[in-house]
Design a protein. Structure first.
Length: 493
């Protein structure tokens, strides 16, 4: 066998006769066989991102009191549904009561036919969730997230939660105990809770619903009968909105939603909390967290509300100031000074209140310097506005978020629910998004000067050790009010 292989190898190794090789002229290669390469003589053109056009939701009426908006997203796995009563604690109790808030938090615990364990097992098996939000001043929502294949099971549980909730006595007792423990023991030692609560109660008057002081004695009213009575009134006395987002049609949900909601609700106007303009003069509210080597700094200024002409331009200013990881605040406080792991700002343009928040945690020894650096970054924006590159980056990020709307039921739901809350169509919102790309730098400077300028009242909240901070804070030149942790979390100052 070896000899045979050697013979064959020798035969194959012989030279091929010259006259058997077909010569190919040098110019015979066709143009089709030569693929043109990329033009590398200059950088490729950058094509600006364009926001996709989004369709209006379908609008359906179940009754004069119940309106449904449906957004069909073909191909997404899950369906998201929100049922929202446009009434809340202010309508039921006349004030943001503890029992009113607890009604929403405990609504999804159990129903008349399902105890908490039954709901947990059902939700796990079918990969679904039905959950409720804390009742706010004029709103209460219940949500369903379920796979399209298990939508019927999810709708049954959603219906039970809305129509036949059970507020078990042991759950109400647990709520009273845990809520009191949190506000008396946990929150007073948590720097973040101290900062956020002190800021809230310092910004809003006690007479405004957003500034309602926390009265723990109200927890005695968190009892099953009172919660059930509030629940019945909630779904009977105001209009009801429904948002449905997923790979579904109206025919898929009309019957179960009609059976669930047709006899609920009362026609009426959507209500909103009173408008709050902000504070009149700059000040510092300091919370004494004795022995802490760290300190929390929070600043709040008034910002444009949802319908103000400056809203979108202010969002560009906020993006540049502290709205992303490479923002001016982070470049200064984190990268340059090394004061913190991260800082940020957030503009909230609500219906009742526009707020502009800034936050950072630093060592106590760096508090005054950090406040000064924040003011320096604000002053730069007031003087020169937002750079063109920052505008483009902000616009690109917003377009990216917009173009993810149809990616999942969740992204679609968040987009369309936001549009509904602002009473805005997709076309109107898209036009605003396109317009901000053309905002001149001078306009960003004007908006920064108007809302963040030196004359704009600032609320500074500092949480830290009084012994270390009292002297340095006094040198800033603003009125300083020192309060204790218990006063900060309850608003009793």
């Amino acid at each position: 066998m070896t000899s045979l292989l050697l013979v064959l190898s020798a035969a194959l190794a012989q030279d091929v006769p010259a006259d058997s090789v077909e010569e190919t002229p040098a110019d015979a290669t066709s143009e089709e066989e030569v693929a043109p390469g990329p033009d590398r003589s200059k950088p490729p053109e950058v094509i600006p991102a364009t926001p996709l056009e989004l369709a209006d939701p379908e609008v359906h009426k179940i009754s004069d009191a119940v309106e449904v908006r449906l957004v069909n997203l073909p191909g997404v796995r899950k369906v998201e549904i929100a049922i929202t009563s446009r009434r809340g604690t202010l309508d039921i109790d006349g004030w943001p009561s503890s029992a009113g808030r607890a009604m929403g938090e405990l609504m999804d615990i159990a129903t008349l036919t399902r105890d908490p364990q039954d709901i947990e097992v059902l939700s796990t098996i079918h990969d679904l969730a039905v959950y409720s939000s804390t009742t706010s001043t004029h709103e209460q929502a219940v949500y369903l997230e379920a796979p399209r294949t298990d939508l019927e099971v999810g709708l049954d549980l959603l219906s039970d939660t809305v129509r036949e909730p059970a507020y078990p006595g042991k759950e109400a007792k647990r709520y009273r105990k845990e809520d009191a423990f949190y506000w008396l023991a946990i929150a007073p030692s948590d720097m973040g809770s101290l900062a956020s609560n002190a800021r809230r109660f310092s910004w809003y008057d006690a007479e405004h619903p957003f500034g309602a002081r926390r009265e723990l004695t109200e927890l005695k009213d968190v009892k099953p009968k009172g919660l059930l009575d509030r629940h019945s009134r909630l779904w009977a006395e105001g209009p009801i909105d429904v948002m449905v987002v997923g790979d579904v049609t109206w025919a898929d949900v009309e019957a179960p939603l009609t059976a669930m909601l047709a006899d609920l609700g009362t026609p009426g106007e959507r209500l909103h909390a009173p408008v709050h303009e902000g504070i009149d003069a700059s000040k510092i509210v300091a919370v004494n967290l004795a022995g802490s080597e760290q300190a929390s700094i929070r600043a709040r200024l008034a910002g444009p509300r949802f319908d103000h002409a400056d809203r979108d331009i202010a969002a560009l200013v906020d993006f540049a100031l502290g709205g992303h990881f490479l923002s001016r605040l982070n470049r200064n406080l984190r990268e340059d000074k090394g004061y913190t792991y991260g800082s940020g700002s957030n503009l909230s343009s609500g219906r009742s209140s526009g707020t502009w928040d800034i936050g950072v945690d630093v060592k106590a020894e760096n508090v005054v310097s950090a406040i000064g650096e924040i003011e320096i970054e604000i002053a730069k924006l007031v003087e020169s506005g937002v750079e063109a590159s920052e505008v483009e980056s902000a616009v690109g990020e917003r377009i990216q978020g917009w173009n993810r709307t149809r990616l999942t039921a969740s992204t679609g739901f968040n987009r369309y629910q936001g549009l509904w809350d602002d009473e805005e169509t997709p076309t109107e919102s898209r036009e605003r998004l396109l317009a901000i790309r053309e905002v001149p730098v001078a306009e960003t400077q004007r908006v920064a000067a108007e809302w963040l300028g030196a004359d704009a009242p600032r609320l500074w909240v500092v949480v830290g050790d009084k012994d270390a901070l009292e002297g340095p804070l006094a040198e800033i030149g603003l009125p300083v009010e020192w309060i204790e942790p218990s006063e900060a979390v309850l608003g009793s100052f």
